[in-house]
Structure formats: C-alpha cells, structure tokens
Design a protein around this ligand. Structure first.
Ligand code: AMP
Ligand code: ZN
Length: 270
C-alpha cells in the first residue's frame, strides 16, 4: 500500500485506520522509492492487532520498460540502503524541477517546485503530484488529461528518472536482507524478462492483484510455481489517487506472509 510519503493520498495513520476497519491482520507499506511511511505506520498500528511489514517499490527499467520491484522485510535502517534511496529521491527532485521548466516553456508558468514537493511528504515526488497541481490550477480537467497532454512518456513535459535495472534491484534488496518480488506482472507486460530475473535471484511474483480476471491470476500463479517463486498480493491502494482499488479490496491468506518471512530469514542466514 502507498501513503502520502509517495503518491498515495492517505497518511500512514489513515492507511492503518482503514486497514483496521477492513479487518486486515497484516499490511505492507510499499511506497515508491522511500521507506519514510513505514515507521509512522508501525507507530499508528501499535494500538491495534495489526502487523506492518516494511516494504518499498523500487523504480526499475529494462529495455525501455518501467518495471517495479517490490522489496519486503529488509533492514530499512541499513546505511547503504538509506544512501541509495537518498540518491533516488535526489534525482526525483531534480527531475521534477526539469519538468516544471518544460511546462514553463509550454506557457504554464504558475507551478513551483515547492508546491509540488509539499504533496509528497518525502522527496519521493513524481508525476502524479505534478498532475494533481495541473488539475488544481485549471490547466487540465483531470489527471489523465495531465498525463496525456504533458506528462506521459513522449509528451512535451516528460523527463525520465534514474532507475536501477531489475537485476540491480534484486541484488540490492538481497544485500539488505530482504526479498524481491516483481510487482503486478499482469500490468507490466514483461513476461519474457521473468526467466532472467529468476536467474538473478528474484524471490517472488505479485500474483494476487485487484481487478484482474481469474485466468490471468492463474497464469501467474502457475508461472510462480514453475520457477519455484513465492506468491504475494495486495490492493496497491493509493488512497483517493486510484479509485478502482482501495484498502481491503485484495485480501490474501496469512500463510503467504509466513512464506515471505521464511524466505527473508533464509536470505539473512537465520
Ligand atoms: P513517476 O514515478 O513520477 O514516473 O510516476 C509514475 C506513476 O505515474 C505511476 O506509478 C502511475 O501511478 C502514474 N502514471 C503513469 N502513467 C500514467 C498515465 N498515463 N495516466 C495516469 N497515471 C499515470
Ligand atoms: Zn507499481
């Protein structure tokens, strides 16, 4: 689940409240390229019987395709981890400044870096935040139009951001004691790359995802079985930023969490 430390709209506290209301026993906070929502969520969950798993969704790229790598159960206080995550965020802020400059060239001159950064509580600022500001200021009618007209790849205000390769991400996640899971493969369309990720040590596939037809879920479940991968799932909730999914929409058995934990313990040699 995402919080407002990246492009979700709920604070970690609100995520925890919603998860509790939905009767969930365990959730993972997986913001884009930041772990700053994890501790506040853990603190907020203390009064409930709700377990929080530390996670992050790393932005990766291969063959010009955006690939998201989920990491779970790693040591998020590891210094090298924090440094590399810091690099990610620095490059996101720099890139946001470049996108705002491009908008200026296109005649949109009333957007400042500060106001976009305020929307993300961390420095994990991204295009969804800029899209919201474009809507708020009346330059477009909705966020989809903001992407279609300005922010999508190939559109005039688009700037790419620094990304690891998925294999680098897998190595990085293992180094900090976590497990690496390919996020929403049914949306990413990178099936042909999966054997390579497996060779690099991929631990799992996010098989259970909201609004996906049963045969497609079954296809990825079988693929996971074929490669002896863990299976995970979640709502990928973004608060109000993604209306078609919400906290509690996707529930998976706790046994899958136990398997994830076993794999992480094995990675750490425990
Ligand atoms: P960024 O990390 O800044 O490149 O932003 C990526 C995020 O923007 C994705 O995770 C999506 O939530 C959102 N996004 C990407 N493309 C579109 C699009 N065409 N329409 C709406 N949202 C999009
Ligand atoms: Zn994703």
């Amino acid at each position: 689940m995402h919080t407002n430390f990246s492009d979700g709209t709920f604070s970690p506290q609100e995520v925890v409240e919603a998860a509790h209301r939905e009767g969930l026993s365990c959730i993972a906070i997986t913001d884009h390229d930041t772990v700053e929502g994890v501790l506040p969520a853990m603190q907020a969950a203390q009064k409930y019987d709700l377990e929080i798993i530390a996670g992050v969704e790393l932005s990766c790229q291969q063959n010009n395709k955006d690939i998201h790598m989920l990491a779970y159960l790693f040591d998020y206080e590891n210094e090298e981890f924090k440094r590399r995550i810091g690099d990610f965020q620095e490059s996101r802020v720099k890139r946001m400044a470049e996108m705002i400059d491009k908008l200026k060239e296109l005649g949109i001159r009333d957007i400042t870096l500060e106001e976009v950064c305020v929307l993300a509580k961390s420095q994990s600022v991204g295009r969804p935040h800029l899209a919201r500001i474009l809507v708020e200021k009346g330059h477009v009618n909705n966020t989809k139009a903001a992407f279609d007209k300005y922010l999508a790849e190939g559109e005039p205000a688009y700037v790419g951001k620094y990304k690891m390769t998925p294999n680098e991400a897998i190595e990085f996640v293992h180094k900090v004691g976590g497990v690496a899971v390919l996020a929403h493969p049914m949306l990413t369309n990178c099936d042909e790359m999966i054997p390579g990720f497996v060779e690099a040590g991929l631990d799992g596939l996010e098989v259970y995802y909201a609004n996906i037809a049963a045969p497609i879920v079954e296809f990825y479940r079988k693929l996971a079985e074929k490669y002896n991968l863990l299976t995970t799932g979640g709502s990928d909730a973004h608060g109000d930023a993604k209306k078609n999914t919400y906290i509690g929409k996707m529930k998976i058995p706790y046994a899958l969490v136990e398997k994830l934990k076993e794999a992480a313990a094995k990675r750490r040699g425990v």
